[in-house]
Design a protein around this ligand. Structure first.
Ligand SMILES: C[S@@+](CC[C@H](N)C(=O)[O-])C[C@H]1O[C@@H](n2cnc3c(N)ncnc32)[C@H](O)[C@@H]1O
Length: 306
């Protein structure tokens, strides 16, 4: 441990430790964005985890004094966040998405897609009759967070959770089991649509890799702790997205929708397909770079994706 000797004599309450941790995080130049957006929230999440307390603990408890053992536990976790430069979720093995907890480790990306907000609203107003959604595909599922959250939001739907990475699918299956949605969600190992011949869906949702190679190399260390396969997709970041656009139409029902996150590769996508009317979705809780195309549009602009 490299924290100053005697520090636990100066820090007593949970609030003290969160404040001190946040200062240390900022001084160390940590990057936030894998579940929290700032040092205070990051330190609070880790401290609460170390103390086995819920992440929504009422703030009145923050004035409680920690025991000597608890102080060491909290300091140890705060210290690891600085020393290892991994997203906090890899230290706690827990990430929240759509109000649900997910097991995560270095085999999968830390869930953080703004698509969560769409799922919580059952894709309203884009889906007018959510009760009629029978089949959903989560392409590039990682931890399974989108697939499982869709299964919860659409209890009558079947959901296929596809990923090319066997290690990622092991994590997805662990989450499928933990959320008890085995009857609804099927984990499938496939290179995009390769093993989905003949299958059609009402909704295809995807958060594929979309970071260009140069951009990936310049990302903060926290991103390099995540699987490169989950982030990088060719020189422009569009390799996966181009293939999805080319193939999605063959896997959508007539009124189906394709929803894909491309983050800050949105500009590159617009540049690559200047004639395609991508509908860019808006989010109340922040985030952007998610487009929607209907099955009809995918058919109409098929020549552009060829
Ligand atoms: C950005 S992560 C998304 C994970 C998860 N859906 C989420 O939102 O947190 C992208 C995932 O796509 C997977 N992937 C990369 N290339 C793929 C391909 N060709 N076919 C299927 N999955 C792929 C990676 O293994 C990774 O798990």
């Amino acid at each position: 441990m490299s924290y100053p000797e005697g520090i636990t004599d100066y820090l007593a309450t949970l609030r003290d430790f969160i404040r001190w941790g946040a200062s240390q995080f900022n001084q160390a130049g940590l990057f936030f964005g894998h579940g929290t957006s700032n040092a205070i929230d990051e330190a609070a999440g880790l401290a609460l985890h170390a103390l086995h307390l819920p992440h929504n603990l009422p703030s009145g408890y923050f004035n409680c004094v920690l025991t000597p053992d608890e102080r060491l536990e909290v300091l140890g976790l705060l210290e690891r966040r600085i020393a290892e430069r991994k997203p906090a979720a890899y230290l706690t093995h827990e990430a929240w998405f759509c109000g649900l907890p997910f097991y995560v480790d270095e085999r999968v990306l830390v869930p953080r897609s703004p698509i969560a907000e769409l799922i919580e609203k059952q894709f309203s107003p884009w889906l007018s009759q959510p009760e009629e959604v029978g089949d959903i595909l989560d392409l590039c599922t990682g931890s399974g967070c989108i697939a499982i959250a869709c299964a919860v939001a659409f209890p009558d739907a079947d959901v296929d959770a596809v990923d090319i990475s066997t290690p990622a699918l092991e994590v997805a299956q662990k989450n499928i089991d933990a959320h008890d949605v085995r009857d609804q969600v099927t984990a499938i190992c496939s290179d995009l649509f390769a093993r989905l011949a003949g299958k059609r869906y009402d909704l295809i949702v995807s958060n594929p890799p979309y970071v260009g190679s140069d951009e990936w190399r310049g990302l903060p260390p926290e991103y390099h702790a995540e699987p490169r396969l989950g982030l990088e997709s060719g020189n422009t970041g569009l390799d996966c997205v181009r293939r999805i656009l080319r193939q999605a139409h063959a896997h959508l029902n007539p009124d189906g929708l394709l929803i894909v996150e491309v983050g800050n590769s949105a500009e590159a996508l617009e540049y690559a397909y200047p004639d395609v009317p991508f509908c860019w979705l808006e989010f109340e809780r922040g985030g952007d770079g998610v487009f929607l195309l209907t099955a009809d549009q995918l058919a109409e602009y098929r020549i552009h994706f060829a």
